[in-house]
Design a protein around this ligand. Structure first.
Ligand SMILES: Cc1cc2nc3c(=O)[nH]c(=O)nc-3n(C[C@H](O)[C@H](O)[C@H](O)COP(=O)(O)OP(=O)(O)OC[C@H]3O[C@@H](n4cnc5c(N)ncnc54)[C@H](O)[C@@H]3O)c2cc1C
Length: 289
């Protein structure tokens, strides 16, 4: 007899209590698009499954206090059909095919911690925060880019779950994905960028490092110098320099590195079309070099 157990909690508190008791042995099941594939391929041994599908209050999207609040069980399809920032909608539209988007969730995307997570890259570029909750310590909130520490690895503790994601409203954004096909294709490289109401820029790139990568050095340069041609070219160079891609069956490291620069330039150029170019402040390049 296989020693497998399946739990179906009816509240967040109950789910967290079970997780606290099981620790690393317990695996949350959201849409199952990663978990089930992992089990079928023999990469994931799941002995204790905590199904979140019957937990009320974990899905839904609402605008509150300057943020879009997205419940962890919100599917990519629901986000695609909702009025959400452009980069987020675009990233959701490119996840797998319709069947995957009806099942796959934001919480599952974060839990999987894939460097190829399209939605994670868009959320990082939108400066999203994530809310984590445990039975013992309550909630904590941290920037999404601080959650990922390696492929499949996060700072989420064994007794915690993702409950919500907070996306600041008012940022203009864009997303671009390169894959082998237009649908049901894991990204070869993808990137997203956003500009805030005060002109601050955020850039994230996927598939070019062990984690979805935020290009903070380029952001600092652009914040100081605006989206001039020169600054955008320098930001693209930094994106190429700061990534550490690998070669695999989908593509080569050199190609990925080149595309990190190309996509950075393309996204920033598009965002600039409706963003006034800041006057270059004196000696700003020295400050951010
Ligand atoms: C055919 C196919 C195509 C795909 N294409 C793409 C693609 O193009 N782009 C892309 O980004 N992804 C793609 N994926 C991957 C997948 O669909 C996404 O990562 C999806 O967001 C996972 O969500 P889920 O709800 O199915 O997660 P699940 O499989 O249920 O869970 C994934 C992981 O997250 C954990 N988890 C789930 N919910 C929580 C929570 N609330 N708190 C903490 N941990 C949690 C689980 O324990 C598990 O470790 C594809 C998958 C398949 C099968």
């Amino acid at each position: 007899m296989t020693d497998t157990l399946y739990y179906q909690p009816k509240s967040v508190d109950e789910a967290l209590q079970i997780k606290a008791e099981l620790g690393a042995e317990g695996t949350f099941l959201a849409g199952g698009t990663d978990v089930v594939v992992g089990i079928r391929k023999g990469k994931l041994k799941v002995a204790r499954t905590i199904d979140l599908s019957q937990v009320p209050g974990l899905d839904g999207i609402r605008r509150h206090d300057g943020f879009l609040e997205i419940g962890a069980m919100t599917t990519h399809k629901a986000l695609e059909q909702h009025d959400v920032p452009a980069a987020l909608a675009q990233s959701c539209e490119t996840v797998g095919g319709p069947q995957i988007r009806y099942l796959g969730t934001v919480g599952g995307q974060i839990g999987t911690a894939s460097p190829a997570g399209d939605v994670s890259v868009a959320l990082i570029a939108l400066k999203a925060d994530v809310e984590l909750r445990s039975a013992a310590r309550g909630t904590r909130r941290l920037p999404l880019d601080e959650v990922f520490v390696g492929p499949g690895k996060t700072v989420i503790a064994d007794d915690e779950m993702v409950t919500r994601v907070f996306v600041p409203l008012g940022r203009r954004s864009d997303f671009y994905k390169i894959g082998k096909r237009d649908a049901v294709a894991i990204s070869l490289v993808m990137a997203a960028a956003s500009v805030g109401p005060a002109g601050d820029v955020a850039i994230a790139i996927g598939c070019v490092a062990p984690v979805p990568l935020r290009i903070k050095r380029a952001e600092a340069l652009l914040d100081a110098r605006g989206l001039s041609d020169e600054a955008v070219d320098e930001a693209a160079t930094i994106a190429r320099e700061d990534c550490s891609p690998i070669s695999d069956h989908r593509g080569g490291a050199d190609y990925r590195r080149a595309m990190a620069g190309t996509l950075t330039k393309r996204l920033l150029s598009r965002l600039r079309e409706v963003t006034p170019v800041k006057a270059k402040p004196a000696e700003s390049s020295a400050e951010v070099a």
